[in-house]
Design a protein around this ligand. Structure first.
Ligand SMILES: Nc1ncnc2c1ncn2[C@@H]1O[C@H](COP(=O)(O)OP(=O)(O)OP(=O)(O)O)[C@@H](O)[C@H]1O
Ligand SMILES: [Mg+2]
Length: 182
């Protein structure tokens, strides 16, 4: 019963995403790859006012500033926006948010987003990617479900770090782009 319901909600989200993807198709001839640092810089600008207002320090760390991934920029932007929004909500005032990117192995780029917020208790860790799962009064519970779908559609993965520390820590793996983008 519960499984059926979850499956139904999954299908709703998948269809919604397919719809938005198709809607964007006509006018979008965006490259299928992007440089992680470029996207992070844009996100930083977008959130700069909110980060300053809530006194949140955004730390970025890239082993190689040219690290590029096989995903179009607007999709990576959407992924990072949803994660950052969650982090900002979890921190409230005063804290830090960190984005790291590194080549993990044979053509896999690992992007880690972590924060100093209230953290994710182990008892809900298995459900945070479920569509409509939320612990917030006004949450839709769609942010992470959308993130997971976008990443999966690019042959990537996202998981919560096993690390039982109190900080929320998301690990994304995406194929490395062959081209180096300036
Ligand atoms: N960085 C984080 N720190 C603590 N808890 C988090 C974090 N990210 C996600 N969560 C937990 O996972 C749940 C699901 O997140 P998700 O982004 O999918 O939905 P939401 O934020 O509740 O609503 P929406 O994104 O649709 O506005 C959240 O309600 C929260 O309990
Ligand atoms: Mg959210």
């Amino acid at each position: 019963m519960l499984l059926e319901e979850t499956e139904r909600l999954n299908q709703i989200v998948t269809r919604f995403l397919e719809f938005t993807r198709d809607a964007g198709k006509q006018q979008d001839d965006e490259p299928r790859f992007c440089r992680v640092e470029n996207v992070v810089n844009k996100i930083q600008q977008l959130f700069s006012h909110q980060l300053a207002q809530q006194n949140i320090e955004l730390r970025c760390s890239f082993n190689d500033p040219e690290i590029s991934v096989k995903i179009q920029e607007s999709h990576l932007r959407q992924i990072l926006m949803n994660l950052l929004l969650n982090s900002i909500e979890a921190i409230g005032k005063n804290g830090w948010l960190q984005i790291e990117a590194q080549e993990e192995s044979d053509g896999i780029i690992k992007i880690i987003v972590s924060d100093s917020g209230y953290g994710i208790p182990p008892e809900i860790a298995g459900r945070v990617f479920d569509p409509f799962f939320t612990t917030k009064d006004t949450g839709a519970g769609l942010g992470l479900a959308i993130v997971e779908r976008i990443i999966a559609s690019h042959q990537g993965t996202i998981q919560l770090a096993e690390d039982p520390s109190t900080n929320a820590r998301f690990e994304i793996r995406l194929p490395k782009a062959d081209k180096i983008l300036k």
